[in-house]
Design a protein around this ligand. Structure first.
Ligand code: 1PR
Length: 545
């Protein structure tokens, strides 16, 4: 009855699968949701995006009576595609959830990446795949990278070698894709892997047609792009600071050292375009991720009417790379008087299409409380709560630090560094003071201390701004990025100050940054995202072209 343009989606309700839905729809398919176990018996093509943790996923599948029907479907010979945790669950178990049993379709267990190797964990970003044999799913992908975000992975072994379809290198080899007969699964996110990912999904949905198209795309890509080194790419992120202007329209704005008003007498909020249009443009131009920062907070509206939710819903239909949203992620009471926990607020954004939320001011409070408790976690903060439900990879901490010079490091309780750019009175040392409310209020905690605290609380990534350099175009604060990336093992995104492609290579060559973010130069079309990527490849820095 369903026709072959229908896909059944197994969404067990543990997180955002909106982007998977959008990608399937983009490829011209309709979606039928599994609402009861018997829906699996009648499915003709099944996509299983895993979200949340391994143990939680298995518990929900068991509670809903879906485990055996799912195993039956997989054994039936009908097409199956697991994504991310949807691959891991096919194995026997995972270190993530102690003794919890998986679907045990594939021999072997899933284990955590080794943080001792000095690599940032989670493995976040764009990496290459190496197929082990030809397949409808991956033929023709070639050198084009796919997007990963995970802390656990399966590794190839003699016991699962019949299954392994592709591997990826990250501190050793792990399983990127599996296939046997009509059963396939991928550790990466095809729905977030841009055109390459849509091609791979198409390879599952309509194999014959897709393979030809993909070979052509891979050949065009190889001919057009300079080939830099392989491996996890340094990410280039486009950031949109969004707020309402004085007329009440939602606009993308951009400040200088956080002042977003025109320098002229009008003092109008600078208007650099419409959020959804600009995000779609950056996707098409090759941004590895897009971030929206709501810099005003919209405190005076009903939660469901928060304008940013609509922006995300529309952007996620057009942008097939990860979307981060920040600004006002914390427990709040909306204008109708209803109170929401931070997890509930974050859930609204995830449901609307965000892949990650970014927490600013609330993280400063959380870090200060963490140190006041003597460096103990107690589950009380938004960071801990959101990361427990959605995973740490979904929690980004945005830091808004300002440089403070000191003549004598022993005079302050903060971690200082000896700076190559002495202060106005010849001070040789500095630290970076964290601020809240968009830089309007300083707090007695440094960016290095804050980063360590939020990592301990369960943050997955740090978006490291710098008020002094924001909008100035003279490059990132390399000393700041270096100090923070040395203090944590989670990925650090360098932000504020990019003025030319060389500033990106400079930050990657001189610090441990995993990604670099810019706003002004992209908004004003002074530098294209592609210019940055080509420059990185020329400098032998891995980049997704
Ligand atoms: O505190 O959780 O509500 O989050 C507020 C968020 O809004 C924070 O992430 C904070 O960084 C951001 N924010 C608040 N006020 C401003 C402002 O500009 N007045 N924008 C602001 C932060 C900085 C970067 C910018 C880079 C790159 N913008 O995101 O995009 O500095 O700019 P450049 O390439 O042009 O130099 P909460």
């Amino acid at each position: 009855a369903s026709g072959n343009r229908e896909v059944t989606l197994l969404d067990y309700g543990a997180g955002n699968v909106r982007s998977v839905r959008n990608a399937i729809k983009k490829l011209g398919y309709t979606i039928r949701d599994v609402e009861k176990p018997s829906d699996l018996a009648t499915a003709e093509k099944l996509v299983f995006p895993g979200v949340g943790s391994f143990g939680q996923a298995m518990r929900i599948l068991n509670q809903k009576g879906l485990t055996q029907p799912l195993k039956d479907y997989i054994a039936s010979g009908r097409p199956f595609l697991g994504i991310c945790l949807g691959l891991q669950l096919l194995f026997e178990g995972s270190e993530e959830s102690g003794g919890c049993e998986g679907l045990a379709v594939i021999p072997g267990a899933v284990t955590q990446f080794d943080t001792k190797l000095g690599l940032p964990v989670p493995h976040i970003g764009w990496n290459n795949i190496a197929p082990t044999r030809p397949s409808d799913l991956l033929d023709g992908v070639g050198d084009r990278r796919v997007y990963y975000v995970h802390s656990y992975r399966a590794t190839p072994s003699p016991a699962n070698k019949d299954w392994v379809l592709a591997t990826t290198q990250y501190g050793g080899e792990f399983v990127a894709a599996v296939n046997r007969g009509s059963v396939s699964a991928v550790q990466f996110h095809p729905e977030k892997s841009g055109a390459t990912g849509l091609d791979i999904l198409a390879g599952f949905l309509h194999p014959a047609q897709a393979v030809e198209e993909r070979r052509a795309a891979a050949a065009a890509h190889a001919a057009a792009a300079p080939s830099g080194p392989k491996g996890l790419a340094k990410r280039v992120i486009a950031c949109l600071d969004v707020r309402s202007n004085d007329q009440g329209d939602l606009v993308v704005t951009k400040g200088d050292q956080y002042d977003v008003r025109e320098k002229s007498d009008s003092r109008e909020v600078r208007n650099l375009g419409k959020p959804v249009e600009l995000a779609a443009r950056y996707f098409e131009e090759g941004a590895d991720e897009v971030a929206f920062l709501n810099i005003t907070g919209f405190r005076d509206c009903v939660m469901e009417d928060t304008p940013m939710l609509e922006v995300l819903k529309r952007a996620s239909e057009r942008v097939f790379v990860p979307l981060t949203v920040g600004g006002g992620i914390k427990a709040l009471t909306d204008s109708s008087g209803r109170s929401f926990s931070a997890v509930e607020v974050a859930a609204e954004y995830f449901r609307s299409g965000a892949d990650k939320v970014s927490i600013g001011s609330d993280a400063v409070d959380a870090a200060q409380a963490y140190y006041a408790r003597g460096g103990k976690t107690d589950g009380s903060t938004a960071i801990e709560q959101i990361s427990a439900v959605y995973g740490k990879q979904a929690v980004v901490i945005s830091i808004d630090p300002r440089r403070v010079y000191v003549a004598d490091p022993s005079a302050v309780p903060h971690a200082t560094v000896r700076t190559a750019k002495p202060g106005p009175n010849g001070e040789q040392y500095c630290w970076w003071q964290c601020t809240v409310k968009g830089g309007r209020e300083g707090r007695d905690i440094g960016a290095v201390e804050l980063s360590k605290a939020v990592e301990a609380l369960g943050a997955g990534e740090i978006l490291l701004n710098c008020i002094d350099n924001d909008g100035v175009g003279k490059g990132f604060d390399l000393e700041l990025v270096d100090a923070v990336s040395k203090a944590v093992t989670i990925p650090v995104i360098a932000s504020s100050g990019a003025g030319c492609p060389q500033h990106f290579s400079e930050v990657f060559q001189n610090t441990g940054a995993a990604a670099a973010l810019a706003a002004g130069i992209f908004h004003r079309r002074e530098v294209g995202i592609d210019d940055v990527k080509r420059h990185l490849a020329q400098e032998q820095i891995p980049a997704r072209l």
